[in-house]
Design a binder for this molecule. Structure first.
Ligand SMILES: [Fe+2]
Ligand SMILES: [Fe+2]
Length: 267
């Protein structure tokens, strides 16, 4: 039991030691107010990536097929808790874009489709010339590759399922300890947009951040799930899932950082 706790801890350290964990994009995003167009383009890439991580698809069923009903339950709990996060993220993104520009871009922040279409328009304006940019979705090659990591949840064979568990483990640790705190630093703590965690438009961050936040619970779920399956046979698959996710997200942060964010901290 103690050995298992140490093995899970070693996996967690691997995630936290990856270059994506403390990527410079977080610092660059927070160092100065980001103009409306850049904010919108960033949120378009981020929003689509986040959406791809919410669906369980065949993943819980794959776990059940392997005789891992508890793991299936823990993963389904995460999926259920993601309900409503799409509209919440769109509302926050639209609000930040409204505050970042000289004029209000979005009249109705509750109109998720309208906000998301607006974010894409800015992405097309700023990023369409990048190699591999897809006009139809408005996604960079790097965003599509990060999304493809989660599309492997359409498979329910044992190898894919264990790999998907590694991917989920890394995702939830990054969300809880790197991405959500990074967003909070850039959007709230920086003071650049004059918003507070308690503002209704910022509910997405309030809901995700901190000790009682959704991501904290998700991290507990994936730690518990992985502890029940880690052995000499599964570990290489878990590790390959972890690496695939971390490398894909690092590439996405690289392109966002180099194309949309200021080069170095101005303060
Ligand atoms: Fe979420
Ligand atoms: Fe999560």
């Amino acid at each position: 039991m103690k050995d298992m706790a140490m093995a899970v801890e070693a996996l967690a350290r691997k995630v936290m030691n990856h270059r994506v964990f403390d990527h410079p994009m977080y610092r660059h995003w927070a160092c100065a107010p980001l103009p409306a167009a850049q904010s919108a383009a960033l949120f378009h890439q981020l929003q689509n990536f986040c959406a791809s991580t919410r669906l369980g698809m065949a993943f819980p069923q794959g776990l059940k097929n392997m005789g891992l009903p508890r793991q299936a339950e823990l993963m389904s709990e995460i999926e259920v808790s993601e309900g409503g996060h799409g509209p919440d993220l769109a509302r926050m993104a639209g609000h930040i874009v409204n505050l970042a520009g000289k004029e209000r871009v979005f009249d109705d922040l509750d109109d998720q489709a309208e906000v998301e279409a607006g974010l894409k328009r800015y992405s097309d304006q700023l990023l369409a010339d990048l190699p591999g940019y897809d006009r139809a979705s408005g996604l960079t090659r790097q965003a599509r590759e990060a999304i493809a990591v989660f599309q492997q949840r359409s498979r329910s064979d044992p190898e894919s399922t264990i790999r998907n568990l590694g991917i989920a483990f890394a995702l939830e640790l990054i969300s809880n300890r790197s991405l959500i705190p990074g967003e909070k630093r850039a959007l709230v703590d920086s003071g650049h947009y004059g918003v507070n965690l308690k503002d209704p438009e910022m509910y997405y961050l309030l809901d995700h951040w901190g000790e009682c936040g959704a991501e904290q619970q998700h991290e507990l779920n994936v730690r518990q799930a992985i502890a029940g399956v880690l052995n000499a046979e599964t570990e290489p698959l878990v590790l390959s899932g972890i690496d695939a996710f971390l490398d894909a997200l690092a590439a996405l942060w690289d392109v966002i950082d180099s194309q949309l964010l200021p080069a170095e901290a101005a303060v």
